[in-house]
Design a protein around this ligand. Structure first.
Ligand SMILES: Nc1ncnc2c1ncn2[C@@H]1O[C@H](COP(=O)(O)OP(=O)(O)OP(=O)(O)O)[C@@H](O)[C@H]1O
Ligand SMILES: [Mg+2]
Length: 254
């Protein structure tokens, strides 16, 4: 039997923002289409940097990335997005002065056809947005904004979605709802690569997880193993703090 081909593969990735100073060191990562893969790790570990490099928003010094078996190392972000990779950055991920509908139109600007139909399809996944498409994004709650950011990324029918801390600064109830939506998107056939600080909650939904520390991948395991393994539990999840999320997270809401 042939080996299952990953949807996305990162090989020996190293690099950063400044010449000669690597933030990411030799990272290897495979994402399969039938999984949610979550990257956890302390602040400054390089999680966002890795995600940016994966989607081509940051040139990399060394290493290779391939998408569905094709080497895409030199591809720009627009080319990656056009090829089917959605990306929701950690911050500034919606146009706040625009309405929900306008944000979705922006997300679908590369579509040759079916813009109206796709907006309707995407809105149907997010009832909070569907009920008021003319609302300005600045008037949405944090959770609704994150949903709009995801909805925008879905406008081009991606097969892979990269999400950088989708539940940051949300209430526990909003986090649960958002993670449920992400799972729903995944079940519609989209491979999910997400960075999360609320590790305990995110791991419940994750097939696999990777721990990054100081720009290196220090651990990789199934979501379940990661949740129940004592070593990781103690180091990264905050033992005995069920539902409290990531122990090293200083950015959680009060
Ligand atoms: N635009 C930038 N220019 C230079 N250095 C940067 C830039 N963005 C991030 N860094 C540095 O890269 C390192 C990794 O940052 P990164 O944002 O990837 O971490 P992170 O794991 O996503 O952290 P957080 O959990 O706080 O979001 C940090 O030392 C940071 O200071
Ligand atoms: Mg980050």
């Amino acid at each position: 039997m042939s080996e299952r081909q990953p949807l996305f593969r990162v090989e020996a990735f190293s690099g950063g923002y400044v010449d000669g100073i690597d933030i990411i060191h030799d990272v290897e990562l495979d994402l399969y289409r039938d999984e949610i893969l979550t990257i956890i790790g302390p602040n400054g570990a390089g999680k966002s940097t890795l995600l940016k490099a994966i989607v081509g928003a940051l040139p990399f010094e060394r290493g290779r990335r391939s998408f569905q078996g094709t080497d895409v190392s030199g591809w720009s972000t627009p080319r990656m997005i056009e090829a089917g990779i959605g990306y929701v950055p950690q911050v500034d991920n919606v146009f706040t002065s625009m309405s929900i509908r306008e944000n979705l139109e922006m997300g679908g600007y590369m579509r040759q056809e079916g813009l109206r139909e796709r907006i309707a399809e995407v809105l149907a996944m997010f009832p909070d947005l569907e009920s008021r498409p003319g609302e300005r994004a600045s008037r949405l709650s944090g959770g609704q904004r994150q949903m709009l950011a995801m909805a925008r990324a879905l406008m081009l029918d991606p097969v892979m979605l990269c999400l950088d801390e989708p539940t940051a600064a949300l209430s526990p109830a909003a986090r649960g709802e958002l993670l449920g939506r992400i799972y729903g998107i995944h079940m519609s056939g989209v491979g999910i690569l997400m960075v999360e600080q609320n590790a305990t909650e995110a791991l419940v939904w994750s097939d696999r997880a990777v721990v990054m520390v100081d720009g290196e991948k220090v651990l990789e395991d199934s979501g379940l193993e990661m949740l129940t393994s004592s070593a990781v539990g103690q180091a990264f999840l905050g033992q005995g703090e069920e539902g409290e999320g990531f122990a090293l997270d200083e950015g959680s809401p009060p």
